[in-house]
Design a protein around this ligand. Structure first.
Ligand code: E4P
Length: 217
């Protein structure tokens, strides 16, 4: 399973990348706005900076909703760097645009996916990734990981090549559960990634080992 970080914060991307386990980055307009990035040039430069930091797929989201505008915007995003994946919302024009991008050699990530029907459509259109939003489904009282499992199952039995990119991770347990049901990728905030490191018995065990090591000197 690949690990992507879900942020536009360069310090956090650097920290995750230095761990040596990072395979890519996902961003969205909300994450970009959180970093205070303003204006077209600044947005393009920020994506370029991320591409230069991480050797892996970097999702950059379109903010257009009409087919022709999505295509124009996506082409500009894809031209920033070969690792850019154009992130397209699960809407009718978005599906059409994913098919166009696929036919023209541009990688896509279909975002805002909340059911298996949407996931089937974006795979048929040829998206490289589908992004079911696990945490946001949990927020409504349902089980987001169950949707990831259902999509993985459907793609497997139908031979669909789109990779399931479990998004909207809220915690480390989401990451582990998505791994268990066969997600190809998870994209998580830094704290959920670092949370995987933690166990109190690791901390107390290490403290004891280090204490006993002093007796060896
Ligand atoms: C990733 O591609 C999504 O944009 C992101 O995971 C959404 O996460 P959120 O529900 O925490 O905003």
């Amino acid at each position: 399973m690949k690990f992507f970080i879900d942020t536009a914060n360069l310090d956090q991307i650097k920290e995750a990348n230095e761990l040596g386990i990072l395979d890519g980055v996902t961003t969205n307009p909300s994450l970009m706005a959180k970093e205070g990035i303003k204006g077209h040039d600044a947005v393009m430069k920020h994506y370029k900076d991320i591409c230069e930091m991480v050797d892996g797929d970097i999702s950059a989201e379109v903010v257009s909703t009409e087919f022709n505008d999505i295509i124009e915007e996506g082409k500009k995003l894809a031209a920033i760097h070969p690792n850019i994946v154009v992130k397209v919302p699960m809407i009718k024009d978005g599906v059409k645009a994913i098919k166009w991008f696929t036919d023209n050699g541009i990688k896509t990530n279909c975002t805002l996916v909340f059911n298996a029907g949407q996931a089937i459509l974006c795979a048929k259109a040829g998206a490289k990734y589908v992004s079911p939003f696990v945490g946001r489904i949990d927020d409504t009282g349902w089980d987001g990981v169950q949707l990831v499992e259902q999509i993985v199952h459907i793609y497997n039995i139908q031979g669909l090549k789109t990779q399931v990119l479990a998004a909207s991770m809220r915690n480390s347990n989401h990451i582990v559960r998505c791994a268990e049901v066969g997600a190809h990728v998870v994209t998580s905030p830094l704290d959920a990634i670092l949370g995987l490191l933690k166990h109190p018995l690791t901390d107390s065990g290490l403290a004891k080992f280090l204490d006993d090591a002093k007796k060896l000197q």
